[in-house]
Design a protein around this ligand. Sequence first.
Ligand SMILES: Cc1cc2nc3c(=O)[nH]c(=O)nc-3n(C[C@H](O)[C@H](O)[C@H](O)COP(=O)(O)OP(=O)(O)OC[C@H]3O[C@@H](n4cnc5c(N)ncnc54)[C@H](O)[C@@H]3O)c2cc1C
Length: 410
Amino acid sequence: MPIIKKDVLVIGAGPGGSIAAAYLQKQNYDVLVVEKQKFPRFVIGESLLPRCMEHLQELELISEIEKAGFQKKKGVVFTWKERTFEFLFAEQFTPGFTWTWQVQRAKFDKILIDTVQNRGVAVNFEHEVVAVDFSDKIKKTKVKDENGNYYTVESKFVIDASGYGRVLPKLLDLNKASSFETRTAVFSHIKNHWKKNDAFDSNKIVIDTIDDDKTWMWLIPFSDGTTSVGVVGNNDSIKKCAIDPKSNLKPYLEQVYTFKRLFSKVEFIKEPSSISGFSIGVKKMYGNGFVLCGNSTEFLDPVFSSGVTFAIESGMKAAKLVAKELQGETVDWEKDYTIYMQKGIDVFRTYVRTWYDGTLHTIFYADEVRQEVKDRISSVLAGYVWDEKNSFVKKHARTLENLAKVIQMY
Ligand SMILES: Cc1cc2nc3c(=O)[nH]c(=O)nc-3n(C[C@H](O)[C@H](O)[C@H](O)COP(=O)(O)OP(=O)(O)OC[C@H]3O[C@@H](n4cnc5c(N)ncnc54)[C@H](O)[C@@H]3O)c2cc1C
């Protein structure tokens, strides 16, 4: 079997893998990215968070992405029938980016990996990692190419950014069940048939509570006159919708209050599809000579659009630590990687939990919420979940629960 020798092998060319490869290329490491699919390819996860812009800026990727003319994202509107609660990233506690983008991922992911490739990183599309042998210092990874031929990549380090493919969690038995219930999402892209042209500010996404605390809808407008729409939950009607999304999503959307208020009709421009049981965890985020990033580690829930930002954050963090180790420095992977990533994940875990148990609904749909409180929550929703000066980060669960109790008392 042919052998390719590299410093680092990156599995997967999604945002996590592209960012890791971009950083390591900048440090002059010889990197190979192996990607199972042909790009552009569809993947869900279209609303970004301002926090990820810092990493895109550090890697000088913003100007490349800007050329695509993606829709700017400046905030989030939560709606529940007539009630609305709006967060603007310009109004937040933590200093940082006040905007980001709403992106068609096929295009966004291709821009990232093409830029990385143009900078000199080798990328093998339609090549799939099928097995690993990590018993030696040099890691051996078996890859199948588009013609069904196999080769081995020998590398000093492997970064698993295979997203929902979860290559190393599967091959090394690292998968762990999530503490969240199994939920289902049914989604598509629609043409904008607005009821009123001024009814909607495309610089914001909408998260709409459909009929109770448990089911919700996203609307993510793009810059080309289309919108991503998806419904999430675990009730019977969403499960039924997921059995045959092509036939069932349209009638489902036609009876959702906010959808009816905004759109005059449903016209899909992409066949509706569904995904179930997307929340997943991992027993270990790293091991001798390998590290997991992005969705290959833990994925919580789509409600706060944190997935791509965490893929970018962890891809960058992993790459920095890999570079350090390859330079001969000692890396404390537990402290500098797992505990760091877990801190941010835990903040979002609380926000996801309190979204589904109704605590956040009490806060978001209260008659009045102080601006200072909104600013602090806004920073969390912008992805600044490592800023411990923010009480809504440092004592996330207690602060939210106490606030909801106070609101309920009045
Ligand atoms: C319903 C839903 C809605 C979501 N909405 C949002 C949102 O609005 N905003 C947001 O930020 N996140 C959202 N997410 C999460 C988001 O989809 C992911 O967190 C994000 O795509 C993870 O990026 P990644 O780089 O880790 O992996 P991916 O983007 O999934 O990329 C991984 C790549 O690895 C490749 N791969 C897989 N197996 C192999 C293999 N064996 N060999 C080689 N390559 C392989 C795949 O082909 C893929 O291209 C949503 C998730 C769901 C389920």
